[in-house]
Ligand binder design. Structure first.
Ligand code: SAH
Length: 248
């Protein structure tokens, strides 16, 4: 009898110790996510060319931003364990958060600088805005789905991103009030480049935008406005984004 009591006592202590050790080694899983982020940056973004011929992202500041921003906090709870996989993920409302590589690649193309003002069309989860926010002075971002926009606004506030301003509305017309912008990023695909966005780009500024129909392969396009105001466009890669929708 005494021995039985003793062994269950030992068992109990064992279970307790195991839990404590696990708690310490995984923290509240933030360490686990940190190492998933490191793996994501190394295998999917930095050394991308080894994998599928796409060019690796080399801008150090961009790679650091990808390491820093906790992507798992921008996806629905049930998808958290898949937050760092090499693909886009659903975020509800029929929308998706872009593949990590695409976020990093587009950000690098924009050549962000600390004193820049950026405009994003298609806030979604707020992840792209959060990545940009550490690289520029201010990010203005527009989301057309009201509920999604409100939730993301709260998320960014709770996470203490102070240099991101979210507006609910149709981003097709840009956000004139704060224009001109050094950089503009569009994360939903229209079938043509919205003229207002080109207008709101600063001379010397750059815009990265996927263009194409819903059932077509879209092209990621880099729009550059020269100092004299002339505009050049360059196709950089085939992509697939959710469509840019319009308020009627
Ligand atoms: N950048 C986002 C991914 C966005 S998915 C992220 O990091 O999570 C594209 C988003 O664009 C969706 O949330 C969609 O609702 C929004 N969108 C589509 N058309 C829009 C429009 N005309 N104006 C503003 N947002 C739009």
């Amino acid at each position: 009898m005494k021995l039985k009591f003793f062994s269950s006592y030992v068992l109990l202590i064992g279970v307790l110790l195991f839990t404590v050790i696990q708690e310490f080694s995984y923290g509240d899983s933030e360490d686990k996510y940190r190492s998933e982020r490191e793996r994501m940056v190394t295998t999917q973004i930095d050394f991308r060319h080894v994998k599928d011929g796409r060019i690796g992202v080399k801008n150090e500041a961009v790679l650091e931003a990808m390491l820093r921003v906790p992507r798992h906090k921008f996806v629905p709870r049930k998808s958290q364990s898949r937050a760092y996989v090499d693909s886009p993920l659903p975020i509800g409302y029929d929308q998706t958060i872009s593949q990590p590589y695409i976020v990093a690649y587009m950000t690098e193309q924009l050549k962000p600088k600390k004193d820049y003002k950026a405009l994003e069309i298609g806030t979604g989860s707020g992840y792209q805005a959060a990545v940009l926010s550490g690289l520029v002075r201010h990010v203005y971002t527009i989301e057309i789905i009201e509920d999604l926009g409100k939730r993301t606004k709260k998320r960014l506030k709770d996470m203490k991103y102070k240099n991101i301003t979210v507006k609910i509305g149709d981003g097709y017309f840009g956000w004139k009030e704060h224009s001109p912008y050094d950089i503009i990023i569009v994360t939903a695909a229209p079938n043509h480049i919205p003229p207002s966005l080109v207008q709101q780009l600063k001379p010397g500024g750059v815009m990265c935008i996927p263009v194409g129909g819903r059932f077509q392969v879209q092209s990621l396009i880099l729009v550059q406005k020269d100092k004299d105001g002339s505009v050049k466009t360059k196709q950089i890669m085939p992509v697939r984004f959710v469509p840019l929708t319009r308020n009627h």
